[in-house]
Design a protein around this ligand. Structure first.
Ligand SMILES: NC(=O)c1ccc[n+]([C@@H]2O[C@H](COP(=O)([O-])OP(=O)(O)OC[C@H]3O[C@@H](n4cnc5c(N)ncnc54)[C@H](O)[C@@H]3O)[C@@H](O)[C@H]2O)c1
Length: 345
């Protein structure tokens, strides 16, 4: 019997049609869970559930089209769904957009979360895994690897919305010890599913490095702009901790298992514990794709730091989690997704 035939818990995935949620959906299906997606499709294509089925080699997951800010709908979904846990991915994620439109970020990332928490409390659903972010840390105050105890200090409304959401969840868990909350602080998710069926739908222009490089490799953009080559790093360009989205998905399954097993919550970094520079990523992508990836050096951007990578010790200790994939696999999976998406040979 395959894991797809076994029946573990039912899990509601808010934002489950998005980049990270769709990969977690596949991972949960393959571990025998029954994921149900709730999404308003503000940033996801309608055919994602069918593509999840192809990636998982299983049935398409159930989908509920709804907005997390709709308290009545959320209560009904939770009251009728019989969910053992919620994974909360729904939200906005662009640092730049959050600077221009902070109200959107507080409305969805914070307001949406408080509606979800109230609906969960009203329906006795008390296990939650939350998509937080390394942007909650004060990266300037931290020289090397960032542990979960590093100083907090977001530099954008996006980061503030994530930190405030964490505080709401920690207060809820403190007020009612029957709550089990897993807060996962992602570093830089990258790559796509190995089948090439699901991946990231980047903004235009992309906010993140890998989709940008992918578009240069595919010919959609002329060259990569590298912001700053005079940082105190081995090649002068910014260093970040890129984690394969498939590893990130495994981290969520491990987080859920820990909540089921340990009877208490956790706040954990999800990264590899290693940093890669912009130019290293560019070179790896060019090598793996066999494409030219031209670049130009531009001035540093305000607010960027030289390096940001995680201390992955707690993820190992608490979740038994360790990232398995390196940057070549991130680049290769991103490239097969990009080729399929852009209709390239
Ligand atoms: N991708 C990253 O680099 C990154 C890094 C750290 C944290 N995160 C966080 O992880 C989560 C998932 O990120 P992602 O990269 O998968 O983003 P995504 O945009 O691909 O997925 C988010 C999903 O939420 C849905 N959504 C948005 N607003 C909604 C609403 N009001 N009601 C219902 N659904 C709604 C969107 O349609 C989309 O499918 C987000 O909370 C994000 O802030 C992402």
């Amino acid at each position: 019997m395959s894991r797809l035939d076994t029946h573990r818990g039912r899990v509601l995935l808010t934002g489950g049609a998005g980049y990270i949620g769709s990969h977690c959906c596949v991972a949960l299906m393959q571990e025998g869970y029954q994921p149900v997606i709730l999404d308003n499709f503000a940033n996801a294509r309608r055919d994602v559930p069918d593509r999840i089925a192809l990636a998982a080699n299983g049935p398409a997951p159930q989908v509920i089209e709804a907005d997390i800010r709709d308290r009545t709908v959320m209560e009904t979904v939770l009251a009728e769904g019989g969910f053992d846990a919620v994974m909360h991915f729904a939200g906005l994620k662009s640092v730049a957009e959050s600077v221009a439109h902070p109200e959107r970020y507080f409305d969805i990332n914070l307001g949406g979360l408080t509606v979800l928490v109230a609906a969960m409390a009203a329906t006795d659903t008390r296990r939650l895994i939350f998509s937080s972010s390394a942007t909650v840390y004060d990266a300037r105050a931290t020289g090397g690897a960032i542990s979960e105890d590093a100083p907090l200090g977001p530099a954008s409304p996006y980061g503030h919305s994530k930190l405030l959401a964490e505080k709401v969840l920690l207060a809820q868990a403190e007020a009612d010890p029957s709550w089990r909350v897993g807060i996962l602080r992602y570093f830089n998710p990258a790559g796509a599913h190995g089948t090439g069926h699901i991946g990231e739908e980047p903004a235009d222009p992309p906010d993140n490095l890998m989709p940008y490089i992918a578009q240069v490799a595919s010919g959609r953009r002329a060259r990569l702009q590298v912001f700053g080559d005079d940082y105190d790093t081995p090649d002068g360009t910014g260093v970040r901790d890129y984690i394969h989205v498939a590893d990130l998905a495994r981290g969520h399954v491990a987080s859920l298992a820990a909540l089921e097993r340990d009877g208490r919550g956790h706040v954990v970094n999800l990264g590899t514990g290693r940093g890669q520079s912009v130019l290293e990523m560019r070179a790896a992508y060019a090598r793996v794709s066999g494409r030219e990836v031209s670049f130009e050096i531009r001035p540093r951007r305000p607010g960027d730091v030289a390096q940001c990578y995680c201390d992955a010790t707690r993820a190992r200790a608490v979740l038994g989690f360790e990232a398995r994939h390196g940057i070549d696999e991130m680049c290769a999976s991103s490239w097969s997704w990009t080729r399929r998406r852009e209709g390239l040979a």
